[in-house]
Design a protein around this ligand. Structure first.
Ligand code: HXC
Length: 258
């Protein structure tokens, strides 16, 4: 299917969504969010796609929600349409692993969108920020909550109150991104990571993802309890038998997603 604001392709077992509004630095218009949701629905339903990569251009992952679209909204517009709730949270509902490959600007809603993914791989030119305060507003797609959980209160306050940007190195040091790679290698490196994950058992990868995400929603004791139960459940799978047998037989496992 063709979209106006994104490009969609599959490469082996990996589905790639590229945000594509270059003239607006991939500002996240309502049309783009709709397209993104439809593309994610399609990849989630496609059994050949095992991992999803979300990326932008070399200059911008996304420079935020579309300010030109948003500027004239009234309070009632925002309230009645529940502005940004519908569609925006779609990426957080994905059951397959989603990797954000971020080059250039990831600002405002762009930073929030990247944080909704399961991990962020940054190019060395990446810049992250929550500059909404400069526009007389504030993060509205989870920035005050997810950034705080990623980097802690002091740095989240610093970012959200000053509106400054942090570079890739700072983002890596504070745990916002898992790896930094040279800009020219971003696509290849992210595809390697995605393919590594795609070669695992998909249901086990989905269980791991759910368990890690549960860490953000529960107390430690509840999270450990949840992890223990899901860990037990892996012993009901063929893939656990295959994985451990392959190790003992000194060969690569051949997972069947069962
Ligand atoms: C609409 C945007 C945009 C945005 C850039 N553009 N960001 N349009 N919404 N968020 C457009 C510019 O208007 C311009 O269009 C073109 O993209 C290129 O941008 P420039 O500013 O000329 O580029 P540059 O000088 O390189 O500066 C890059 C930049 C700057 C530092 C990223 O564009 C910038 O500050 N953008 C806004 C960042 C921001 O405040 N994001 C938060 C948005 S609020 P024209 O037509 O003039 O060429 C938000 C709220 C989230 O995200 C809450 C819920 C989702």
């Amino acid at each position: 299917m063709a979209y106006d604001t994104i490009l969609v392709e599959t490469s082996g077992k990996v589905g790639v969504i590229t945000l594509n509004r270059p003239k607006a630095l991939n500002a996240l218009s309502s049309g783009l969010i709709r397209d993104l949701g439809a593309a994610l629905d399609a990849f989630e339903a496609n059994p050949d796609v095992r991992v999803i990569v979300l990326t932008g251009s070399e200059k911008a992952f996304a420079a935020g929600a579309d300010i030109k679209e948003m500027a004239g909204k009234s309070y009632m517009d925002a309230y009645l349409e529940d502005f940004i709730t519908l569609g925006w949270e779609r990426v957080t509902k994905c059951r397959k692993p989603v990797i954000a490959a971020v080059a250039g600007f990831a600002l405002g809603g762009g930073c929030e969108l990247a944080m909704m993914c399961d991990m962020i791989i940054a190019a060395d030119n990446a810049k992250f920020g929550q500059p909404e305060i400069n526009l007389g507003t504030m993060p509205g797609a989870g920035g005050t909550q997810r950034l705080t959980r990623f980097v802690g209160k002091s740095k989240a306050m610093d970012m959200c109150l000053t509106g400054r940007m942090m570079d890739a190195d700072e983002a890596w040091k504070c745990g916002l991104v898992s790896r930094i790679v040279p800009l020219d290698d971003l696509r290849d490196e992210v595809m390697k990571i995605a393919e590594t994950i795609a070669d695992k058992s998909l249901p086990i990868a989905m269980m791991v993802k759910e368990a890690v995400n549960t860490a953000y929603e529960t107390t430690l004791a509840q999270g450990i309890h949840y992890e223990r139960r899901v860990f037990h459940a892996t012993f009901a799978t063929d893939d656990q038998k295959e994985g451990m047998t392959a190790f003992i037989e000194k060969r690569q496992p051949s997972f069947t997603d069962r």
